[in-house]
Write a protein that binds this ligand. Structure first.
Ligand code: NI
Ligand code: MN
Length: 262
């Protein structure tokens, strides 16, 4: 199986842009314009249909309000966080809570647990933002991905595998504020994904976990290290050729992009 037209672009840190086969654009964790890991050519969004927000920390929703003003997307999040975003101008709220699944346009979204905190810094105020969460997203072509948000490893990741069996999982590996490589490797034992995309590393000096440290701990797992701004559009999720296919393609696009920039 491949992504059948789903295009996945890492924008650095925990932020991903997903373009669905139906032509809709989803942003997971809208931290883009102020995200130092996001390449300049990705900072201007053409169009956003859906925002999925894992929690209220600035490195996840730092540009949500601006993006909502510009694009009026549907906003998915836990009620307390959605309530805050509504006060800031969000018009299309699709709030939900853990264990729930809803259809948002052409995707099915399930909110799952994350083991993390969730305050919203609003000027000099720290506001209660509900709880941190992760998302399992099912696309119209049947592909399932799991974005873990910021989290420690937790035993109920085994339930996420049993109930939803996501093929591709995005796991934080940077350590300090989330799992490091050791915990993320344990998460792989519970989730048994076909491919893991490491995230939430390298953005700040304290995020010391690296994909190579992580890969050493999970020798049997396909670790797909993405480059911010590079789109994986034909992820093959079965067979041993996955990393080659992804890396080959992303390298090609990167080169094309660099030629365009030059
Ligand atoms: Ni956080
Ligand atoms: Mn974070």
């Amino acid at each position: 199986m491949n992504l059948n037209g789903v295009q996945l672009t890492w924008l650095g840190h925990a932020t991903f842009r997903i373009d669905t086969p139906g032509g809709r654009t989803i942003i997971i964790d809208p931290w883009i314009m102020n995200n130092p890991a996001c390449p300049p050519f990705e900072k201007k969004l053409k169009h956003v249909d859906v925002l999925l927000c894992t929690h209220g920390h600035g490195d996840h929703i730092g540009d949500a309000v601006e993006i909502i003003k510009q694009h009026n997307p549907q906003v998915v999040g836990i009620p307390e966080l959605c309530g805050w975003l509504e006060k800031k101008g969000a018009k299309q709220i699709a709030m939900m809570n853990k264990g729930g699944t809803q259809k948002v346009g052409d995707i099915k979204v399930t909110m799952v647990h994350a083991d993390h905190s969730c305050g919203i810094q609003d000027g000099d105020q720290l506001i209660y933002g509900g709880e941190a969460c992760g998302y399992v997203v099912e696309f119209e072509n049947g592909l399932k991905i799991y974005h873990a948000g910021d989290t420690n490893v937790f035993g109920d990741m085994a339930i996420i595998r049993e109930l939803y069996a996501p093929e591709i999982v995005m796991l934080p590996i940077g350590d300090h504020f989330t799992m490091g490589p050791r915990e993320a490797a344990y998460a792989c034992k519970l989730l048994k994904p076909k491919a893991v995309i490491p995230m939430h590393f390298g953005t700040f000096p304290v995020l010391t976990g690296t994909p190579s440290d992580f890969q050493k701990l999970v020798p049997g797992v396909e670790v797909v290290t993405m480059t911010p701004g590079v789109t994986a559009g034909q992820l093959v999720t079965t067979g041993a050729e996955l990393p080659t296919a992804v890396r080959g393609e992303t390298r090609g696009r990167r080169q094309a992009q660099e030629r365009k920039q030059a």
